[in-house]
Design a protein around this ligand. Structure first.
Ligand code: ATP
Length: 338
């Protein structure tokens, strides 16, 4: 359904997207996860045809986004990070207007309008002006316009940003409904968001993909790197600096130090006898290692490791091809095209 190959984007000299490649199959819900500035919005804008790429190839349902952009727009529904809603229209007027913009008319337009109002639970607000709606309802209107023409691929940029916890739960339910019938690519920098809605996660950082798999695959892949929660007791507790100085320790942080008890979260280096080294250190300082329990790896650990600059997964990122550099050299600074 969606194929992205070696995508690059420069903003002037700044290389924001650095050779991203991935596929999304029919009826998949894929989460695009990454910290602020990772390149998620830029990639989505290029896929939707709202922004020009600097290099690479993107096809949607077999149509090339550059040479066949009109066909691509018909196949895509897009909810940008800041959905451009018309505040002085009622919900119904706006959705009807957007259905018209998407080329629907007659009975089909009426049917799709009613479907969207129903699936997005907008019936109680259909005659209200958009500017009077809460953020949660506005987001539903935004989602409604994204699916009104029954697109094959729905692209949602941070669909729950700025919503309160109750609204987030409601929008997640709606996303699941949308995901049951459509292929969805959804961006977020909130992990629980992606975990709750997506079967597959693509993690991006600094313009590159650093992981691609189901949450459980990623957790399993990183399980060996799991941290230990360690407890020392006794009068001679080691300092956190002494723990960090052990060659078996990759990193350590102190969680509790009270009286004769010290709790530390420690990550070992691959293949090292971490627990043995900690026990020896405790003995040397006059305390003992009371407990060392392996912490279960969560998707959050994976995300933190991948985007914290410690681990970089996958193929070595290729340098930008010369053709791409040439685009950068002309210094074009692109605004958000709408
Ligand atoms: P966020 O979660 O904050 O929305 P993101 O992953 O969507 O982040 P992008 O918005 O794609 O990231 O931005 C990627 C990088 O490109 C950032 O460093 C950003 O500052 C830069 N950038 C984005 N738009 C422009 C622009 N129009 N001109 C120059 N630089 C830009």
């Amino acid at each position: 359904m969606l194929s992205v190959r070696d995508l690059h984007k420069f903003y002037g000299p700044f290389h924001a997207v650095r050779g991203i490649s991935f596929d999304v199959a029919r009826e998949e819900i894929v989460g695009f996860l990454g910290p602020n500035g990772a390149g998620k919005t830029t990639t989505m804008k290029i896929i939707t045809g709202y922004m020009a790429m600097s290099g690479g190839e993107v096809t949607v349902a077999g149509h090339d986004v550059v040479s066949d952009s009109l066909a691509v727009r018909e196949e895509i529904g897009y909810l940008p990070e800041h959905a451009p809603l018309y505040g002085d229209m009622t919900v119904e007027e706006y959705l009807n207007f957007m259905a018209g913009m998407r080329g629907l008319d007659g009975r089909r337009r009426k049917e799709r309008l009613e479907y969207v109002i129903s699936v997005c639970s907008l019936a109680p607000k259909r005659n209200k002006l958009i500017k009077t709606l809460s953020k949660g309802y506005r987001q539903r209107v935004g989602l409604g316009q994204a699916i009104v023409h029954d697109p094959k691929l729905v692209i949602l940029d941070e669909p729950t940003i700025g919503l309160d916890p109750n609204q987030i739960i409601e929008i997640r339910e709606l996303l699941k409904e949308i995901g049951a019938k459509n292929t969805v690519l959804l961006s977020s920098h909130i992990l629980s968001e992606v975990e709750a809605t997506c079967a597959r996660v693509i993690v991006v950082d600094e313009g590159r993909i650093v992981a691609n798999g189901s949450p459980s695959e990623l957790e399993a892949r990183y399980a060996e790197d799991a941290a230990y929660d360690v407890v020392f007791t006794g009068a001679g507790l080691p300092t956190i600096e002494e723990i960090r100085a052990l060659e078996e320790v990759a990193q350590a942080s102190e969680t509790v130090r009270a009286g004769e008890r010290l709790e530390v979260r420690v990550e070992g280096r691959d293949g090292a006898d971490l627990v043995g080294a900690l026990a020896r250190l405790a003995g040397e300082r006059g305390s003992r290692l009371l407990e060392a329990s392996r912490k279960k790896t969560t998707l959050e650990d994976v995300f933190r490791r991948l985007t914290g600059g410690k681990v970089r997964l996958g193929d070595a990122p290729s340098e930008a091809p010369d053709a791409v550099s040439a685009v950068a050299a002309d210094g074009t600074l692109e605004d958000d095209a709408q």
